[in-house]
Design a protein around this ligand. Structure first.
Ligand SMILES: NC(=O)c1ccc[n+]([C@@H]2O[C@H](COP(=O)([O-])OP(=O)(O)OC[C@H]3O[C@@H](n4cnc5c(N)ncnc54)[C@H](OP(=O)(O)O)[C@@H]3O)[C@@H](O)[C@H]2O)c1
Length: 272
């Protein structure tokens, strides 16, 4: 399963996995974009076993419906790629009353992963890949203002959400030790995709000017596909990858108390 599979790194990852013969489920929030990507991935991979499931990761009801539909149809999940992500110049509130960057990038994937965990554990050896970003560096989890009510900027909200991806990876890895499920996170590089284009602020201008120098989504996805499939990476657990190179993430991301607290807060927000 690849979330955000209609565009950029997610679409190329879905295509790569389908081309290897995998049974791939693409998760998208927009029906038209989803159907276009679904048709393209099927045609280019020459693989009919490509499925489309619609879900908005920023809505817990939608994520629950997605997990329910998946479980009703499939008994197995070998690889979950939590890829969907967005950055927003203005603060948006989700249907659950939460800040949307945090919900789309972190909380939705936290909930989805937990709801699918029994199926993933029943499919060992299995892998979970959380797509994060170097933008997590310098960020911290603002437990006193998690929803950006007191202070909001796209960089602050995005950095916090991508740091949450790394902290979630490490905490989940500790919980999954010895189960045959490996969870790792990956920074795909600076990639020429649709990312940030919906942002009407400075970010979209910076991206537009610099984008000719970015790497292609196809190249970025190669690392995700390898992390999902290479036999020598089967036992990798709790690692941060920059492309395919294992790297150290920020000091903050290794703070166990922060990871534990984030897990607890995420659980309260999504599972209660
Ligand atoms: N591009 C970069 O330079 C870069 C660098 C570091 C990390 N990343 C990370 O890489 C991942 C993929 O980004 P990309 O560069 O491939 O950008 P992209 O082309 O914009 O793809 C992002 C995907 O996520 C989907 N998405 C966003 N919010 C969603 C939600 N609430 N529910 C369901 N789907 C949602 C988007 O759907 P729509 O098409 O409907 O918007 C799109 O399919 C993200 O996690 C991003 O943070 C990207």
């Amino acid at each position: 399963m690849v979330t955000g599979g209609n565009s950029g790194v997610g679409k190329e990852t879905a295509l790569g996995l389908a081309s290897l013969g995998g049974n791939v489920v693409i998760v998208c929030r927009n029906k038209n974009k989803g159907e276009a990507a679904w048709a393209e991935v099927k045609a280019k991979s020459r693989n009919e076993n490509v499925d489309l499931m619609l879900a908005d990761l920023s809505s817990f009801k939608s994520v629950r419906a997605l997990a329910g539909s998946f479980k009703a149809k499939y008994g197995k999940l070998d690889v979950l790629v939590n890829n969907a992500g967005e950055i927003l110049s203005k603060r948006h509130v989700t249907v659950d009353g939460l800040e949307r960057t945090f919900a789309s990038n972190h909380l939705g994937h936290f909930l989805l992963t937990n709801l699918l965990l029994d199926t993933i554990k029943a499919s060992t050896p299995a892998r979970i890949i959380n797509i994060t970003s170097e933008a997590h560096r310098g960020a911290r989890i603002h437990f006193d203002d998690l929803q950006g009510e007191k202070s909001y900027s796209s960089f602050r909200a995005y950095g916090q959400a991508k740091l949450a991806n790394v902290l979630f990876t490490y905490e989940l890895a500790r919980k999954l030790e010895g189960t045959g499920v490996g969870v790792n996170c990956l920074h795909p590089g600076v990639v020429r995709t649709g990312f940030g284009h919906d942002d009407s602020g400075l970010m979209s201008v910076v991206i537009w000017i610099a984008s000719p120098f970015f790497k292609s989504a196809e190249k970025a996805a190669r690392a995700v596909i390898k992390l999902a499939t290479l036999p020598e990476l089967e036992s990798a657990n709790g690692k941060y990858f920059s492309g395919l190179k294992e790297a150290r993430s920020s000091e903050e991301s290794y703070d166990r108390e922060t990871a534990r607290r984030l897990w607890e807060v995420s659980e309260e927000l999504t599972l209660s």
